[in-house]
Design a protein around this ligand. Structure first.
Ligand SMILES: [Zn+2]
Length: 334
């Protein structure tokens, strides 16, 4: 358990710290403003004002619900890879491609040497942190996922491209830490998709974070974890954030044979359903996680980002998570 590390960083979190994975639903006024901005009908400053308003809303809302570690909700991001590609040198935005379901995004193309041109997320982080005394997570997309979801026309190999991205992303992490971020989450949804590339995917992620004084979380979704456990445990992060609300029996079998050596952010609600899970269903998931990993290692959150839910659904799920965690904390205290 990395509780000692958290303490050393000045973070005194309660047992079963609660958080979210990152994205939260964008209010209608943001969706409309983004569409207008895309059609050149408004200036970026006008859109940005609204993004700031939405971040303030979500930070205060999470604080009010009682979450222990806060996110900015990613109001300014269209897509988790394109956002970073657009802000680093060496990428051009390519054609529209389909990602999952009916979502389309512009797939970036690497056409030159990748360079970090200055802080990407730091101002957003500082702004979000200004509304709460609780820690706000620094959030970025990992080097493997940025590489995998881009076309590469410049580097000799996929691994070379991932390493080049990693070196530059590390500067973003350093800038976040310098600004005061103590918990940083790196999203690597693509990392479990190609077994033959796991070695360099892991090296790239470790290159981003090695030796930096912060508590690191890695979020991995698309749940086929079975073949990748050993690699996940070799990642240099403190906490693995996994999609677990549907109870992954393969994961559970693995843990019985191999000690899980990290903290886990255990997903207790499904982000793909409109239904708000009951407090007792969530509490059962939490008790189950404690049984598997031990109470000290467990953080509680939704499976993935909540951006595809309505605001009411997202708030409903988070309120029920917090109520369920309170219930289980009382049981533990007894
Ligand atoms: Zn996810």
């Amino acid at each position: 358990m990395s509780r000692a590390k958290l303490k050393k960083l000045g973070l005194d979190l309660p047992v079963l710290p609660t958080t979210t994975v990152g994205s939260l639903p964008k209010p209608d006024y943001i969706l409309k403003a983004r569409a207008k901005f895309a059609r050149n009908e408004i200036k970026y400053d006008e859109l940005k004002e609204l993004e700031l308003e939405a971040i303030a809303y979500w930070v205060k809302k999470q604080d009010e619900i009682g979450l222990d570690v806060i996110v900015d909700g990613e109001m300014y991001r269209g897509d988790m890879v394109a956002y970073f590609a657009e802000t680093m040198q060496g990428f051009q935005m390519g054609e529209l491609v389909r990602s999952y379901g009916n979502r389309y995004y512009r797939k970036p193309v690497i056409t030159g040497e990748i360079k970090w041109c200055g802080p990407i997320t730091v101002d957003w982080w500082k702004y979000a942190q200004s509304f709460t005394d609780k820690p706000v997570k620094g959030m970025l997309t990992g080097p493997y996922t940025i590489m995998d979801w881009s076309f590469n026309e410049y580097y000799a190999s996929r691994s070379e491209a991932a390493m080049a991205i990693a070196v530059e992303l590390r500067r973003e992490v350093e800038a976040l830490v310098q600004a005061g971020a103590r918990i940083i989450q790196i999203d690597e949804p693509a990392i479990s998709t190609r077994l033959e590339e796991l070695d360099f995917a892991r090296q790239a992620l470790n290159l981003v974070i090695d030796g930096i004084e912060a508590y690191f979380i890695c979020h991995i979704c698309y749940g086929n974890f079975t073949p990748v456990y050993q690699h996940m445990l070799a990642l240099g992060v403190d906490n693995l954030d996994l999609e677990t609300s549907q109870r992954i029996s393969a994961l559970e079998e693995f843990i019985r044979d191999n000690r899980f050596t990290k903290d886990i952010s255990y997903g207790v609600v499904d982000v793909h359903t409109h239904k708000v899970e009951s407090v007792e269903t969530i509490a059962e998931n939490i008790r189950h996680a404690i049984g598997l990993f031990g109470v000290d290692a467990v953080w509680i959150d939704p499976d993935c980002g909540l951006k595809t839910r309505t605001i009411d659904e997202a708030v409903g799920k988070l309120v029920n998570i917090e109520t369920a965690v309170d219930r289980v904390r009382k049981e533990i205290a007894r």
